[in-house]
Design a protein. Structure first.
Ligand code: PFF
Length: 445
């Protein structure tokens, strides 16, 4: 049975697919507005530390479990710790990605709509209130969510090699080219310098417990951790690949892309004289306003390129979210790939519709004072992802034998031999303690 599992074709494909999962709305939509709200350069520094010291060890831990367990989250944990409760972590991480996918594809749908709007020159003229009208309308965002989710499902149905690998190999280089082009354009705008400085000169007084918790949550979100995605992708990585490199390569490209997105957005925001702490509407509300004030053809071209980038980045991430559950249903429950994709797609579709409507017709329905969309985002990004990540790293650091961990991380002693003790220290002590400290501080606050 194991022999029949697909694997990624080459090291490049592995990094592209993993980076494809990592680079997404988290980088282009979330990161710039968080950096804007939590102090620019100071936030970026804390975010960098969280990414490389706390999150990357978890990335390696998930990779080790996935490749050694050779299967979906549930199957891999059951194989490595048979008959224990660890498999319930597998089940949890099969459910979390579907919840995440449901609201992620709502925002993915916004990017479909905005690309369409950019192509039909809808950002020329008065765009005030456009975003609010759009997200609160009952139909348009739901239709776009459906389009986005269908595209995601179509790629996943094609399989690991023909769908995920081909799509990410084709689009990831394009994403970098697009974002660099937008950065260059943004930096030439009058007054853009202040925006760049905001991202480069740290003001350390901005760092507090909240900044650290938000930066850590963002690092987990951005690297797709704690929900079994990296674990599942790692199960498609051949035994010869170097797990240190695929993790480091993914983390570096994810970090770089977030920075580039910051430099694509912030200089334009400053150049338009807008405050950097606009919040979640920065990309969908503020940017169209900026595009509308540019010379018409320039505004149109930049808007098309920008929303194309957002859409493609979102798709390479959403396919990874769907793949986690599809791998589970097809390997553990014997479902066909098509059927598993359709079943899970439908669940995400229905929950996503409710999330989408929570901006409009269902806005008075609150859970703990939050709309359904915000509630689920909070639940997943602030709690389930870090908790999932913590449990994965504890599994590798404390449950698996050190020899097994070494054997997997060094690909049977062929690489990373000298690095192993450092990485093991990070996985066994530093990452779990660091995450726990951030958690307790958040709770106390
Ligand atoms: N890392 C993605 C982003 O930054 O948009 C979001 C994500 C994808 C999170 C896949 C978790 C995941 F499993």
């Amino acid at each position: 049975m194991e022999n029949k599992r697909e694997t990624f074709g080459s090291r490049l494909s592995v990094v592209m697919a993993m980076a494809g999962s990592a680079i997404g709305l988290g980088n282009i939509w979330r990161f710039p507005y968080l950096a804007g709200q939590y102090g620019g350069a100071a936030f970026i520094l804390v975010y960098a530390l969280s990414s490389f010291v706390l999150a990357l060890p978890i990335f390696w831990a998930e990779s080790i479990i996935g490749r050694r367990g050779g299967g979906n989250t549930f199957g891999a944990l059951e194989k490595l710790a048979p008959g224990t409760r660890w498999k319930s972590l597998g089940l949890l991480t099969v459910l979390t990605p579907i919840v995440l996918l449901s609201y992620y594809s709502v925002v993915g749908g916004w990017s479909v709509d905005y690309l369409f709007k950019a192509c039909t020159l809808s950002f020329q003229g008065d765009v005030q209130g456009l975003f609010q009208r759009f997200i609160s309308s009952p139909w348009e965002p739901v239709i776009m969510h459906t389009v986005f989710l269908s595209a995601t499902a179509a790629i996943v149905i094609l399989g690991v090699k023909n769908g995920i690998e081909k799509f990410t190999k084709l689009t990831m280089p394009l994403l970098f080219v697009l974002i660099v082009a937008i950065v260059i354009f943004g930096l030439t705008l009058p007054g853009a310098r202040a925006g760049a400085e905001y991202l480069l000169k740290p003001d350390f007084s901005k760092i507090n417990a909240q900044t650290v918790a938000i930066a850590m949550g963002q690092a987990f979100f951005s690297l797709s951790l704690g929900v079994g995605t990296i674990l599942t992708y790692a199960s498609y990585v051949s035994k010869k690949e170097n797990l240190f490199i695929s993790g480091m390569g993914t983390a570096l490209s994810d970090f770089l892309f977030a920075l580039l997105a910051g430099f694509a957005v912030m200089p334009a925001v400053f150049s338009a004289g807008i405050a950097p702490h606009e919040g979640a509407g920065l990309v969908f509300d503020t940017l169209p306003y900026i595009f509308s004030r540019m010379q018409s053809w320039v505004g149109a071209v930049v808007a098309i390129l920008f929303f194309m980038t957002v859409l493609v980045a979102a798709l390479t991430s959403s396919i990874s979210l769907l793949e986690v559950g599809v791998a589970y249903l097809s390997e553990e429950k014997g479902m066909s790939r098509v059927r598993a994709t359709v079943v899970l797609g439908l669940v995400a579709w229905v929950v996503g519709i409710l999330c989408s409507l929570s901006f409009g017709p269902l806005s008075s329905f609150k859970l703990m004072g939050l709309s359904l969309f915000d509630f689920l985002d909070n639940l997943v990004a602030t709690w389930l992802m870090p908790v999932g990540g913590l449990l994965f790293v504890i599994f590798v650091g404390w449950k698996m034998s050190k020899d097994d961990v070494r054997d997997e991380f060094t690909s049977g002693g062929t690489c990373n031999v000298r690095l192993f003790n450092w990485v093991y220290f990070l996985m066994r002590y530093l990452a779990p303690v660091g995450i726990a400290v951030v958690f307790v501080t958040t709770l106390l606050n």
